[in-house]
Design a protein around this ligand. Sequence first.
Ligand SMILES: [Zn+2]
Length: 312
Amino acid sequence: MSPQGQPVRQSRPSVDAGSAAYPSAGEERRGARTRPEKWLADRPWPDVGRPVVVLPLGSTEQHGPHLPLDTDTVIATAVACGLAERITADGTDSVVAPPMAYGASGEHEQFAGTVSLGRDALEFLLIEYGRSICRWAERLVIVNGHGGNVDALDRAVRRLVSEGRDAVWTPCLIADDDTQADDGPAPPTSPATEPATPDVTVPRVLDAHAGRLETSLMLHLAPERVLLDRAEAGNLQPLSEILPALRRGGVAAVAANGVLGDPHGASAAEGARLLDSMIDTAWRRTVARRAVARRADSSQRTGSTEVTHVGG
Ligand SMILES: [Zn+2]
């Protein structure tokens, strides 16, 4: 079934990830400002205050013949927007920082357009980023849209936390599944603090890269940038089976078109549900779980139980 012809824009939420480059508060800018901008970059410094800063961390890498290079960044930005809005609605000012559009994408470097910083550079970059932003921010929350970033991100956040800074990261995960918007390990969850799974109905999609999951999300967020007539299946084997070959030869060794999965059946409506689910997960893994940990901390007085690292 082709998703073409569906009313892809009808359910587009206010967490507009933007179809071009990155979102700005364009419409808000034109009128008198009545509330703080949700984009950090739009605030003059006296208006910055002490917000929770949500940083979208993406990548610039091939996403098959039908999706743009910044797919991970667009998705991470949309999740970050939804998370920041929920944090603000919960009573704490929160802003979205300019997205970080480069990550560790070495496995895609055989494909033109891919730009990878590598793990070491990304780790160092994130550490310095966190040190700088934690001078004035209440907290740093990093929303990661690319599985290849996980190792560097995990090390960087651990370092920031060990230095006494309030930093945390969360992947773009579906609430009732451990399927990610990109390949990469899913962080373990703690049964003691994880709330019950919300009632979210999303399909189990087993594609790891540029398949149905990411295609649906992009059809929802930036439909004009999805080239559906080029969409085609790639390698359909489970990631665990192709991982050795992938590690040796990169994605090109296992999928000539760069797709791990099958975009067939993707739709904007599915993308909208997936995005909502990812925002729920980000909320639970950062804010909600932290609140649970803080309550446990104050009642048990067992020292710091603040959940500053949700990635395992
Ligand atoms: Zn991706």
